[in-house]
Design a protein around this ligand. Structure first.
Ligand code: ZN
Length: 507
């Protein structure tokens, strides 16, 4: 056989790869709405290059509904098999940043502040604000067959008719009713609480002035408003509901061949560390906020919030590192369940990194029945009878306070420091060597050099114990941080260093 010159082979391969990737999700925006304005926001095209429907997905039209924006951002990374997909993940980007429903430049203008009332109607045939004009131009020029607008409500419609939370809003037609029924069935399979089920709202369809209504009336596109509910539901669950509905719709209309509701992160890329952060039962809101802020300000990291339903290989495979934040370790462990904990261990065995902070450090330990058992650490947590006080659990040391932590000399390559620092501490585990002999010993990367104690028997038990520990687990690494660098001004980079340290190692 004649050998192909190497250079030509490379050129050929590059051409083929170029052709393949051009039809799939790209990280580069196709364009921006409001280019050069303060509300500038990117939009993306995913073109299969094959015949099929054109679909527009929008998120974040209301800035206080982050699930729609987050889900749309995830969906823009899906690979489609036919037709064309256009995604505007953060339509009202300014509103999302300000966490307000309104479009901030018009926030004091009652008739104009709600972007989803600014689109063409019979009475007002032109869009009524510059952002609505830009959205409308994009929609008109792409001539969509379907428009999917992702929202969330303040309460479950099934239990409180004042909110449209957890509903599918559409105008009846044979096709639309069939599609809505399919989405309804698929999403409700994932909802066990009957007071949180998604309902169909087709009586009056999308409200006048909304994007979906305008698309339906003026462009003859089939539109759906997909609503989840932000009350008492973590972001991971809300985005999952959006993804399940959208994936069902896409399959039905032939845009995709297979379910993609598990696709939450961009394709792996060595320049970005993909983090899955647990956000459900046992994770506190403040912790989630702090970590979001930290990762959003650094493009070396991409963080996706995940919950118990995501502890499956299809989802976990997309991450380099899993992060378990502060809150309650037992609640986290119990919510994740035995099967989920098995999957997390498998993730570690295969080389994934796991970081636990405070409650997350309890979770990683080998101490409890609900623990991940991924690092051989025992926790100082007896229940002691204190004269005149009663039986007290020793994990509790009172409200949040500052303690001194010294980075170990050996950890200099990881944290670039070996000094004494003040760090916020809030009942993180006081650890010692555990009893699981099948796990390797841990290494201390930092030490507590002062302590907090609420009860007499706690005194002297914290000082000079490890504050940060690490150990290999399978092909991966586990790292546990007892205090809270992520909410200690100036110490936040320690979290990023920890994540870099446990990320899968180059082979
Ligand atoms: Zn909304």
């Amino acid at each position: 056989m004649r050998s192909i010159p190497k250079l030509r082979l490379i050129a050929f391969t590059t051409l083929i790869l170029g052709l393949i990737s051009s039809t799939q999700a790209s990280d580069q925006p196709t364009g921006h709405l409001g280019k050069g304005t303060i509300w500038e926001t990117p939009w993306y095209t995913i073109d299969s290059g094959k015949e099929g429907p054109t679909v527009i997905v929008t998120g974040g039209i209301h800035g206080n509904e982050p699930a729609g924006a987050t889900a749309a951002e995830q969906i823009r990374h899906w690979d489609i098999d036919a037709g064309k997909l256009i995604v505007v993940p953060k339509v009202n980007r300014l509103g999302l940043t300000a966490e307000t429903r309104w479009f901030p430049p018009e926030r004091n203008n009652r008739p104009l502040r709600d972007l989803n009332r600014n689109f063409p109607t019979k009475e007002n045939p032109a869009p009524r604000t510059p952002l609505a004009t830009d959205v409308w131009k994009l929609v008109e020029s792409t001539k969509p067959d379907y428009v999917v607008d992702l929202h969330e409500g303040f309460d479950f419609h099934i239990a409180n008719s004042k909110s449209v939370g957890s509903s599918i809003i559409f105008a009846k037609s044979n096709e639309r009713t069939e599609l809505a029924n399919a989405m309804h069935k698929a999403v409700n399979k994932t909802v066990t609480d009957k007071d949180r089920k998604i309902v169909l709202l087709s009586k009056s369809g999308a409200v006048n002035g909304s994007l979906v209504r305008a698309c339906q009336d003026r462009l003859n596109a089939s539109g759906f408003i997909l609503e989840t509910t932000f009350k008492d539901q973590p972001l991971s669950l809300r985005t999952r509901q959006h993804r399940v509905m959208v994936s069902t719709l896409f399959q039905k209309i032939g845009l995709i061949d297979q379910d993609q509701s598990h696709r939450v992160a961009p394709s792996k890329d060595a320049s970005v560390i993909q983090i899955g952060m647990y956000d459900s039962a046992g994770a506190t809101g403040n912790g989630i906020k702090n970590f979001n802020k930290l990762f959003n300000s650094n493009n070396q990291f991409n963080m996706t919030q995940i919950g118990p339903a995501d502890m499956i290989p299809e989802v976990l495979n997309q991450f380099d590192v899993l992060l378990f934040p502060g809150g309650s370790g037992s609640k986290q462990g119990k919510a994740i369940g035995e099967k989920g904990r098995d999957e997390i261990r498998k993730f570690g065995e295969e080389g994934g990194g796991v970081v636990g902070v405070c409650a997350g450090a309890y979770l990683c330990s080998s101490h409890y029945t609900w623990s991940l058992n991924m690092i051989n650490s025992a926790v100082f947590n007896e229940t002691i009878e204190i004269p005149g006080v009663g039986r007290k659990s020793m994990w509790y040391r009172g409200k949040s306070s500052q303690v001194e932590m010294e980075f170990d000399q050996s950890a200099e390559p990881i944290f670039n420091r070996s000094d004494l620092a003040k760090v916020r501490y809030h009942n993180g585990p006081i650890v010692s060597k555990g009893k699981n002999t099948s796990l390797p010993d841990f290494t201390a990367l930092a030490w507590f050099r002062s302590e907090v104690a609420k009860y007499e028997p706690q005194k002297g038990t914290m000082i000079d114990t490890p504050a940060i520990i690490t150990a290999p687990y399978g092909k991966g690494r586990v790292l546990c941080i007892s205090p809270h660098p992520e909410s200690t001004p100036g110490l936040e980079p320690a979290i990023l260093d920890a994540i870099k340290y446990v990320r899968p190692q180059e082979k």
